[in-house]
Design a protein around this ligand. Structure first.
Ligand SMILES: C=CC1=C(C)c2cc3[nH]c(cc4nc(cc5[nH]c(cc1n2)c(C)c5CCC(=O)O)C(CCC(=O)O)=C4C)c(C)c3C=C
Ligand SMILES: [Fe+2]
Ligand SMILES: [Fe+2]
Length: 354
């Protein structure tokens, strides 16, 4: 049986020619916390050549013969801890933001949530825009700092999907927002609530890590990144360096919160594999700080726009346990943007400028 495409009425069709489709895209999460669904998710995610940037055959063997079989059951257990009545936080916060942003932008825009891996898929979202015949599409990757593994991958996937369309409408991509005033305002206000109740003796800014190799590969200026103090300032030559953008986020937040030099640090978490990832590592820094007598630490996670496995479980539970076992007294994670109205305002700013 042949499936008929739904026909738009001519009034609807004309109205669509003046509309903009907005695809908000986060990383993705498994469909359920079962081992087979986690395995499916990890396979799709890690087979992306921008995430595990090894030649295809080597990547295929690594992912399908080692990582997916051995990691999936362990990761599934952690996802079961994270899962709520509404499912995975990464997804349900995305659904909340999709609804709130649609209400805020009005009928000139059609907002759809997509995930780079798994569901709802980018294919489905972009195909709906194509069928509707919108005049313009804006793609908004949900990553404050640029990395080839995240923002770069969303761009590549978008281009792969639209490359065979007869009509490719105007497409804009949001790039970064690590220095957006509303981004800084959100984390400042969220932190101030905790700082009003507790006196903290140290502040950690823990970002998702990346293999050092990927930072070097992204250095279009000819290996000027030495993975050291060169990333302490951001300028034209290193403006797309993930590490430099993370340091800049920290600097802006530290300034806005009035933190003193020496009372805070940028660190990197979530390593995978044996190759060196960018440093300092969050767990090593926790050990170092407790040894220096720091007892009350406030932790930020400004590489994520929604709380997820990496924030709630890794920082909020695993690192907290490590800190307390070592003798730390008070460990507090500052929540992500999640479904806050300020995040929706920030997105509106980015979209109106795109
Ligand atoms: C800033 C955003 C992210 C970057 C950069 C990033 C790079 C990156 N990640 C892996 C491997 C894994 N990441 C996993 C989970 C995960 N990663 C991000 C974001 C970034 N990743 C998010 C938001 C999440 C959580 C998703 C959720 O469902 O809550 C995982 C899966 C979890 C696990 O098994 O531990 C892996 C694996 C690599 C290799 C990489 C860069 C090269
Ligand atoms: Fe990751
Ligand atoms: Fe650098």
């Amino acid at each position: 049986m042949q499936v008929q495409e739904p026909q738009l009425s001519s009034k609807q069709s004309i109205a669509n020619h003046f509309k903009t489709g907005v695809l908000i895209v986060n990383l993705g999460t498994p469909d359920s916390p079962s081992t087979p669904d986690v395995r499916k998710y990890l396979r799709e995610f890690l087979m992306d050549g921008r995430v595990i940037d090894f030649p295809f055959v080597f990547r295929w063997m690594l992912v399908n013969l080692i990582i997916a079989p051995f990691r999936s059951p362990k990761s599934a257990k952690v996802y079961q801890e994270l899962w709520t009545d509404r499912g995975s936080p990464l997804k349900f916060y995305g659904e909340d933001v999709e609804r709130m942003l649609q209400a805020q932008l009005g009928t000139e825009y059609d907002v759809k949530l997509a995930m780079r891996y798994q569901n709802p898929s980018m294919d489905a979202g972009l195909e709906a825009f194509r069928k509707a015949g919108y005049k313009k599409i804006i793609v908004v990757p949900f990553f404050p700092q640029y990395a080839s593994a995240t923002t770069g991958s969303v761009y590549e996937k978008t281009m792969e999907i639209v490359k065979n369309w007869q009509i490719i409408p105007e497409i804009s991509f949001v790039n970064t927002f690590y220095d957006h005033p509303k981004f800084v305002q959100f984390f400042t206000e969220a932190a101030q609530q905790y700082m009003a109740k507790h006196e903290y003796d140290y502040f950690m800014f823990s970002y998702h890590g990346l293999p050092e190799r990927q930072i070097r590969k992204g250095d279009c200026t000819g290996n000027t990144c030495k993975l050291g103090s060169c990333c302490d300032t951001i300028h034209a030559m290193n403006q797309y360096c993930y590490r430099a953008q993370c340091h800049e986020t920290t600097r802006l937040l530290a300034k806005s919160l009035g933190l003193k030099e020496g009372d805070y640090m940028t660190t990197f978490q979530s390593r995978l594999g044996k190759d060196p990832w960018i440093q300092p590592y969050t767990d090593a820094t926790i050990k170092e700080m407790v040894a220096k007598g720091k007892k009350k630490i406030l932790v930020f996670s400004p590489a994520f726009v929604a709380d997820c496995l990496e924030t709630t479980i890794e920082i909020g539970e695993e690192y907290k346990e490590l800190f307390e076992e070592l003798g730390g007294e008070h460990w507090q994670l500052v929540e992500s943007l999640n479904n806050s109205p300020l995040w929706v305002d920030l997105l509106e700013d980015l979209i109106k400028k795109a």
